[in-house]
Design a protein around this ligand. Structure first.
Ligand SMILES: [Zn+2]
Length: 263
């Protein structure tokens, strides 16, 4: 079921179907196909603000304020982006340069602390990819389409195949500036000391493994040992304690609003 992954640009491979459509973004989803088949997912912007039935009415505005509490699902830290959830218009990445890459300026300090502690522990972390602009994302997508066309596929086939390998602009977590790909983006990273160190310590700095192996059906992305995401320290620790990926955690907070921090 795995499709190809191109080393170096953190190609996101979409597994089908994506099981957990969280309600963090107000979109309508039309999913075709059965649970045992690859699904074609059509995303239609929701102009009526209707929400999935499991979301109470008083949460019908999903905004991402920049200064909200850590546990709030409306916090910038928990912005959810995946193959079916577009980067919300209300989320404006605050991009700056650090470590010769671009990332959201709000994660520079926690990343620096993590990097420094890792180094003290004899672990070398380096960033292969962090923020990607929607324009860059479009470029990657178009490059993928071109490669598919060259291999003899029709225009439609080339587009469809590309969608399985590269996210479209605004559908990649790298468009948030909160995601970091480490140390060369290779599957071998899972055997690296740096990976084990991150599993043990990343949460202390607010980062989580975004696409765990056992959550492929929920994230819609194949296991990516190199891809970590900033969610804030409190959220990272709770996600790991609860064993939830971001899709599940956002859903959990929606279903258990009393669990949200009052801060
Ligand atoms: Zn990545």
């Amino acid at each position: 079921m795995r499709k190809k992954s191109i080393v170096g640009v953190c190609i996101l491979t979409v597994l089908a179907p994506v099981a957990a459509l969280t309600a963090a973004a107000a979109f309508l989803y039309a999913v075709q196909g059965t649970s045992s088949q690859a699904s074609v997912v059509t995303v239609v912007p929701d102009t009526t603000s209707s929400l999935p039935s499991n979301v109470s009415e008083n949460t019908n505005t999903i905004a991402i304020p920049m200064d909200s509490g850590a546990f709030s699902i409306t916090s910038w830290q928990l912005v959810l982006v995946n193959a079916e959830t577009k980067l919300p218009d209300s989320f404006q990445p605050q991009i700056t340069e650090a470590f010769d890459k671009e990332m959201d300026e709000r994660i520079v300090e926690p990343y620096t602390q993590m990097y420094t502690q890792a180094l003290e522990d004899g672990i070398s972390l380096w960033i292969s990819s962090a923020y990607r602009s929607p324009e860059k994302q479009q470029e990657l997508f178009e490059r993928e389409v071109q490669q598919n066309l060259l291999s003899g596929l029709s225009e439609i086939e080339a587009q469809q195949k590309a969608e399985g390998a590269v996210q479209r602009p605004y559908y990649s977590e790298h468009n948030t500036g909160l995601a970091i790909d480490f140390n060369g983006v290779t599957d071998d990273f899972k055997n690296d000391d740096a990976y084990q160190w991150l599993l043990d310590h990343a949460q202390e700095y607010g980062f989580v493994l975004r696409y765990p192996e056992e959550k492929e059906d929920i994230t819609g992305i194949m296991y990516e040992p190199w891809h970590f995401r900033y969610v804030g320290v409190e959220n990272a620790i709770r996600m790991n304690e609860l064993g939830l990926c971001l899709e599940e955690y956002v859903n959990y907070l929606q279903l258990h609003p009393q669990q949200e921090s009052e801060e």
